[in-house]
Design a binder for this molecule. Structure first.
Ligand SMILES: Cc1cc2nc3c(=O)[nH]c(=O)nc-3n(C[C@H](O)[C@H](O)[C@H](O)COP(=O)(O)OP(=O)(O)OC[C@H]3O[C@@H](n4cnc5c(N)ncnc54)[C@H](O)[C@@H]3O)c2cc1C
Length: 421
């Protein structure tokens, strides 16, 4: 009997979403060829520890690997590491690699993630100025991340703040420069950002808000020795880390003529405008069934969810993205967690369950809960935000007075909701 040729699935990007997807695709033992094209030389890994446990020295790089020892992915996924895809030839269904090789595919998945935004100003090419996206970036930062070193962090976003927290724990001298007049301006409400700012100051971080880097000043040997701000101040330093955000890595998709919407535009099943191509992770702007709009999310949970949905779709099973987005950040002993899409809220309800924990619920125009942001001890935040995620998933319209009341149990409120199919 003639055999159907195995599906040739090529994944571009061997980071979190691509690595997890490849693992899921070979887990069922079906006859399909899975090829993972990875620009980085490392096997797929999770990035969150780069700005947390690894910098603190409490985590080991091996613990970040997505494929545990003995996982079938190690032998069943063809991993091309240290190799970049250079072009997608849609007409002939092939990917061209940097070394000229052509990889034919039946289905292609784009999982190129994000690229860090670089600060371009005089002196920005000096040695000792870093970004933090990959293990190699981490290794470069780690070389000078030692006691009493003077560190300047540019950018008061999640990554900059996590680096500041690790640096203070390791007794570096830390100045954080932020152009806006508050921290986390794009993603976190002012009340939470203010609490966090106070904690950083109490831990010894010098916050320089509302000012920008004008230029980096170097030594005669080309290493950074100071940062000059737009305020005119000069801050001496031994190293600098720039954390001013990331943008979706979409160059290949744009060149291939795929439909875009900041990221690569896909439907709820992660299909691009070319039926043979899916996109997932940070690089994809996807239709979110729960919020009925296209969204792009940069988070661990999103990479996991997209890998799960893409694996089902590639097995011809019905699957769509509708999980409540969720993001966390660890700073000192504080956990900051964001669920749903807080930016869709038009009003907020504050809940103070005690022990310094603050939760803000974000309600849409009809009173539907669309997001929650919490800061406090990990256990309390974990409990409250998981209940909030259930309420968000249920499209609930909770009574604001009960949300505010620390004695009212959120979990019980969530349990009374029916989650729509
Ligand atoms: C320092 C750091 C800390 C983080 N902390 C948190 C956290 O606490 N909580 C949270 O929820 N999220 C966190 N995140 C975000 C989370 O890690 C990302 O959202 C997630 O990694 C996205 O997965 P991805 O597969 O889309 O992209 P990535 O994991 O970035 O993988 C993309 C891969 O594609 C490769 N690539 C790109 N172009 C090509 C090409 N042409 N050819 C071959 N390969 C290519 C890239 O080199 C990269 O390896 C953090 C991210 C960073 C950088």
């Amino acid at each position: 009997m003639p055999q159907t040729p195995p599906d040739r699935i090529v994944i571009i990007g061997g980071g979190h979403a691509g690595g997890r997807l490849a693992q899921l695709l070979v887990a069922d033992g079906a006859a399909r060829q899975v090829t993972l094209v990875c620009r980085e030389p490392h096997p797929p890994y999770e990035r969150p520890p780069l700005s947390k446990g690894l910098l603190l020295g409490t985590a080991k790089p091996e613990a970040m690997l997505l494929w545990p020892e003995g996982d079938p992915a190690w032998t069943r996924v063809a991993r091309l590491s240290g190799t970049a895809a250079e072009a997608i030839e849609r007409a002939s269904r092939a990917v061209r690699l940097a070394d000229g090789t052509r990889l034919p595919y039946d289905r292609l998945v784009l999982a190129m993630g994000s690229t860090v935004r670089r600060l371009v100003c005089p002196g920005s090419e000096l040695a000792g100025i870093h970004h933090l996206r990959s293990i190699d970036d981490f290794l470069a930062v780690a070389r000078s991340f030692t006691e009493r070193k003077r560190l300047v962090i540019v950018g008061g976003g999640f990554i900059g703040l996590e680096i500041a927290s690790c640096a203070r724990r390791r007794h570096l001298d830390v100045t954080l420069v932020e152009a806006s007049d508050r921290l986390l301006a794009r993603v976190v409400p002012p009340r939470i950002a203010e609490r966090l700012a106070r904690r950083h100051v109490a831990e010894g971080v010098a916050l320089r808000m509302g000012t920008m880097v004008e230029r980096f000043v170097g030594t005669a040997r080309g290493a950074v020795r100071a940062v000059q701000l737009s305020s005119g101040d000069i801050i001496p330093c031994d190293l600098a880390v720039v954390g001013i955000g990331a943008r979706p890595d979409t160059g290949l998709a744009v060149a291939a003529g795929l439909e875009m919407e900041v990221g690569i535009r896909v439907d709820a099943s992660l299909r691009t405008s070319d039926p043979a191509i899916l996109a997932c992770g940070d690089a994809a702007t996807f239709w979110h069934g729960l919020f009925e709009r296209h969204v792009r999310v940069e988070s661990w949970q999103n990479a996991e969810e997209h890998a799960r949905v893409a694996a089902l779709v590639l097995r011809s099973e019905a699957a769509t993205c509708s999980a409540v987005p969720w993001f966390w950040s660890d700073q000192y002993d504080l956990s900051l967690q964001v669920a749903g899409l807080p930016t869709l809220g038009v009003s907020t309800v504050e809940r103070l369950p005690g022990d310094g924990t603050m939760i803000l619920f974000h309600l849409g125009p009809t009173g539907r809960i669309v997001g929650a942001t919490g800061l406090g001890r990990a256990e309390a935040i974990g409990r409250e935000i998981s209940a909030a995620r259930l309420l968000i998933a249920a499209r609930a319209h909770p009574d604001p007075a009960r949300l505010r009341d620390p004695a009212a149990r959120l979990r019980a409120m969530a349990d009374r909701q029916t989650i729509p199919a």
